[in-house]
Design a protein around this ligand. Structure first.
Ligand SMILES: Cc1ncc(C[n+]2csc(CCOP(=O)(O)OP(=O)(O)O)c2C)c(N)n1
Ligand SMILES: [Mg+2]
Length: 597
């Protein structure tokens, strides 16, 4: 008798062959043949039951961001599938590979307007680089394989809709194959010598050079620091690349615009030459960020990004790491420059300001800065941070002291709230031996908090930190600058520690500075022993410093305005960049524009 295999099992074997180690989702009548296949293959692939499909899709997307490998999530027909959408759009916007399997009524009921049955394909047409309805059992393994190749090669989302009966049908056991062992990712070119020569020429002439690194420069951190010192160009990053450079580097400016640090905004407004490495920072054009810049060199592996957001003098279609290595070989060592010195002073001034906030032990009410202080004391060398969208995105790029080897990920271009907790689930499953943090605001956390239960059920030693200020703080500050009043930004607080306890996690509430350090120490111990922890930090609702709208420059603002600004943001230590430029005999250009909303 011919050897047979269920088509659903063959499909799951294709996933296994591609190295998929876990898959997120919630069952339903229309996806139960996949459940049977997953049950059969449970030794080889881990099914992670979530409590909301959105969390599954977000975890899949964050898995791809932490590992570079495809994430997989599923939902049943109709609502189960549409619940995936925020996670799928997150993957699309950040260009990472995700496969979504969506259930469908059996073929006998398809196109009959029966229960939870509709033409699902158009729903996923926009989000996906590849979306197909499976038509025969025999083609199912092939379609899964196709979907994975498409997601990898097009850096996006693939959606396969599976009529439930087809998964149970038998196909010849040797009637399928996949490309998992022969797939080859594109290798990115090394730069041409002529391009490097031209770049060296531009950089050598620069009086105020700046390196601007994005996630395309990941892995080049050490070499970039060397290059930065050699050409006397401080390093700015995109917010998403905040973990590319060790924060101890004296010439590290951080990121620009709002999710940002002051020294980066100062530097980019005053630079004359920028070396962009693998960044598609979305605010360059809308903030007119490069308005004072004369020469731009842009390195990217995506031809569609070259010259996209700014006038560019030289573009190099090549791997940023290779370009940095070639430049390091070719560029002459520059003399210590006044521009570089002015930036170092400005960075030191920023450090003095953030240190002061983080170490302020006199403040009776708990501040977010003190929370970061406690956090920084207990983070481990290879820690992974899954960071939500809100003030925490901005404050973590300022106050987390990231070291080489630590990873920081969020929802970038799509910027969906709720990404922190699911990302931490993925990170802990991917790196069980490493310390994993989810950092969220109270609004964002309450969008996905049901899945604390998943962390507990899967025995994931994650530390979830919630910054509770009883408001959508990030939006409140936007309303302050654009609206006539406030609406919809304040809300009733939640006792997250109790929520955590009710779900079987360890919940701590911190309201005072004195409790912080002990709670964080305990949290680390519990997480190390595989227990899920939540720390609800009840912080003040003060606004963080708006580095995109500073009132510090004496040429622009009156003394009273400057003093009021400093008092409001505890920024007495902050100096205007003009001070350091002047000390170095340099003039100051206009600040960049705010752009955005
Ligand atoms: C799903 C989603 N809804 C709405 C927004 C708009 N938004 C961005 S930040 C934010 C507020 C975040 O509030 P919270 O999590 O409490 O953090 P906080 O800023 O207060 O620290 C909102 C509503 C979004 N980015 N994503
Ligand atoms: Mg909040």
């Amino acid at each position: 008798m011919e050897n047979k295999i269920e088509a659903g099992v063959a499909a799951v074997k294709v996933l296994e062959n591609w190295g998929v180690s876990h898959i997120y989702g919630i069952p339903g009548g229309s996806i139960n043949s996949l459940m049977d296949a997953l049950d059969k293959e449970r030794e080889k692939i881990r099914y992670v039951q979530v409590r909301h499909e959105e969390v599954g899709a977000m975890a899949a997307s964050m898995h791809a961001k932490f590992t570079g490998e495809i994430g997989v999530a599923f939902g049943s027909a109709g609502p189960g599938g549409t619940h995936l959408l925020n996670g799928l759009y997150d993957a699309r916007e950040d260009g990472v590979p995700v496969l979504a399997l969506v259930g469908q009524f059996g073929t006998t009921g398809m196109n009959m307007d029966t229960f939870q049955e509709m033409n699902e394909d158009p729903i996923y047409a926009d989000v996906a680089v590849y979306h197909r309805v499976v038509m025969t059992a025999a083609s199912l393994p092939h379609i899964i394989d196709e979907a994975i190749r498409q997601a990898y090669s097009k850096h996006g989302v693939a959606v396969v809709q599976l009529p439930v009966n087809l998964g149970w049908e038998k196909i010849p056991a040797d009637g399928w194959f996949d490309a998992s062992q022969v797939y080859r990712p594109l290798k990115f070119a090394a730069p041409e010598p002529a391009e490097i020569n031209k770049a060296v020429e531009i950089l050598s002439k620069a009086e105020r050079p700046l390196i601007f690194a994005g996630i395309g420069a990941r892995g080049a951190g050490k070499a970039l620091v060397e290059l930065s010192r050699k050409i006397q160009a401080p390093i700015m990053v995109s917010a998403l690349a905040i973990d590319v450079i060790d924060h101890k580097y004296e010439g590290f400016l951080g990121s620009a615009v709002r999710v940002a640090r002051k020294p980066a905004n100062d530097a980019v407004a005053n630079a004359d030459t920028i070396l962009m490495l693998g960044t598609n920072q979305p605010f360059i054009d809308v903030t007119n960020m490069f308005k004072n810049v004369k020469h731009v060199i842009q390195v990217d592996i995506n031809p569609a990004h070259l010259g996209k957001r700014q006038q560019t003098e030289l573009t190099i279609l090549a791997d940023a790491q290779k370009v940095v290595a070639s430049l390091l070989d070719e560029v002459p060592q520059k003399q210590e420059s006044s521009w570089y010195r002015a930036n170092l002073k400005n960075i030191n001034n920023w450090k003095a300001y953030t240190d002061h906030l983080e170490n302020d032990l006199n403040n009776s009410a708990l501040t977010l800065y003190q929370v970061y202080h406690a956090l920084n004391e207990v983070t481990k060398p290879q820690a992974l941070f899954s960071v939500d969208v809100g003030d925490v995105t901005m404050t973590s790029v300022r106050h987390l002291h990231l070291k080489e080897g630590q990873q920081w990920r969020t929802s970038g271009l799509f910027a969906t709230m709720g990404i922190g907790l699911p990302g931490a689930i993925a990170a802990k499953l991917d790196f069980p031996e490493q310390q994993v943090w989810s950092l969220s605001g109270d609004g964002a956390f309450s969008m996905v908090m049901q899945d604390l239960a998943t962390q507990v059920q899967e025995k994931l030693g994650i530390i979830n930190v919630v910054f509770s200020n009883q408001q959508y703080g990030f939006i409140k500050d936007e309303q302050e600058s654009t609206n006539r009043g406030y609406l919809g930004v304040a809300f009733t607080g939640i006792d997250f520690a109790k929520v955590a306890q009710a779900m079987g996690a360890h919940g701590f509430t911190v309201t005072k500075l004195e409790e912080l350090h002990q709670v964080f120490a305990q949290a680390v111990e519990l997480a190390d022993s595989g227990e899920t922890v939540l720390i609800d930090a009840k912080i003040t609702n003060e606004s963080p410093l708006p580095v995109e709208a500073l009132k510090l420059e004496p040429e622009q603002f009156s003394n009273e305005e400057i003093e009021a600004f400093k008092a409001r943001y505890h920024a007495q230590l902050l100096e205007p960049f003009s001070k350091y430029l002047q000390e170095e005999g340099l003039n100051k250009h206009d600040s960049i524009e705010q752009g955005g909303f």
